[in-house]
Design a protein around this ligand. Structure first.
Ligand code: FAD
Length: 308
């Protein structure tokens, strides 16, 4: 119930105003978001790289409502990519893009988002790096995969994201196991109805394992995005069974979550990439992180009490 309430709060402008204006919120945000600016993102990327960790950078902002906002997001990604290039970081970092941040929800949004994503892919290619399309709620799955298919004609290294909580995902995994296909598998972070998504953690986890089996047996490049120790262990076992080398798949975790585990895996020789969000539009992202773990809400409330 707490999860549902937090996920619905993630879409409420009224609660957003209340939460983002609390001075103490900043303290909690810093745990998950290293800063507001491109320079903050570059600094965090450097720190992670020094520990042997790769990054995928997300310029925060979703559900943009105007073409100007969508264009501003594209511009921010291009500046970020140029800056990563000038800092010599593109072999350590790629970018993650939400299509709703580049216009998917606008009238004619699929075409607008495709063109904007194409511009970002061109910027990434110029810096010899890649783009992954984040996956949002289930009403956007078909359009996101359609944009992905178009982009892959020119940019075959564009990464997809699939969410194991959706009933459809095992089939989607089968469709995306071709040579070199980069696929991030996550459990899914949105509030989805029973018609399309598994509702219990057990069913979501079982689906995750079925999807892992498909991806690791395939010819693509699986990106295993989970903090769940069991999923990490099962991935290691499946990778060994299929004779996969460390450079043929990667683990991914979010900035600020299980940082010691990220470093342990990297020290053991695994490829590990950290999802690194930055920018001022952190509200929706923060609420989804709180929803994932009740202990995080306690942490948030404790900061409220200790700082007030
Ligand atoms: C790199 C990356 C990219 C992602 N991209 C997307 C995307 O494009 N679309 C999408 O819908 N979702 C995305 N997600 C979020 C994902 O769907 C899950 O909501 C989130 O990762 C929690 O699931 P879990 O696999 O870690 O397992 P869970 O079963 O939720 O958690 C397992 C354990 O991990 C730890 N943990 C998990 N979450 C937290 C947290 N917030 N704070 C502290 N500890 C935690 C806890 O120890 C917990 O017991 C992404 C996640 C990652 C890691």
């Amino acid at each position: 119930m707490l999860r549902d309430a937090l996920l619905s709060a993630a879409r409420s402008p009224r609660i957003e105003r209340a939460v983002t204006t609390l001075p103490v919120t900043r303290h909690v945000v810093e745990r998950y978001v290293p800063g507001d600016t491109i320079e903050d993102a570059v600094r965090a990327t450097k720190e992670l790289a020094a520990d042997g960790l790769k990054s995928t950078l997300d310029f925060l902002g979703e559900d943009v409502e105007t073409t100007e906002q969508a264009a501003a997001t594209v511009d921010a990604y291009l500046r970020l990519l140029a800056r990563l290039g000038s800092a010599g970081l593109t072999q350590h970092a790629e970018v993650s893009v939400k299509l709703s941040a580049v216009g998917l929800a606008l009238p004619g949004g699929e075409r607008i988002a495709l063109e904007h994503a194409r511009t970002i892919c061109n910027g990434a290619r110029a810096g010899s790096t890649t783009v992954t399309l984040d996956m949002e709620d289930h009403t956007t799955t078909d359009s996101t995969l359609a944009v992905l298919a178009e982009l892959r004609q020119d940019f075959p290294d564009t990464g997809a994201v699939l969410q194991s909580y959706l009933h459809r995902t095992e089939d989607d995994c089968r469709s995306l196991t071709g040579v070199g296909s980069r696929v991030r598998l996550c459990k899914g972070a949105y509030d989805e109805p029973a018609e399309v998504a598994y509702q219990s953690k057990r069913d979501v986890d079982l689906s995750y394992v079925r999807c892992l089996k498909v991806l690791l047996a395939g010819e693509g490049y699986p990106m295993v995005a989970s903090h769940d120790p069991r999923m990490v262990e099962i991935t290691g076992a499946l990778a060994a069974r299929h004779g996969r080398k460390a450079n043929s798949f990667e683990y991914q975790m979010l900035y600020g979550i299980r940082p010691n585990e990220q470093r342990r895996l990297a020290r053991e020789g695994a490829t590990v990439r950290v999802y690194l969000p930055f920018g001022t539009q952190w509200y929706g992202y923060l609420m989804r992180r709180l929803a994932e773990r009740p202990a995080n809400v306690v942490f948030f409330l404790r900061s409220l009490v200790s700082k007030s």
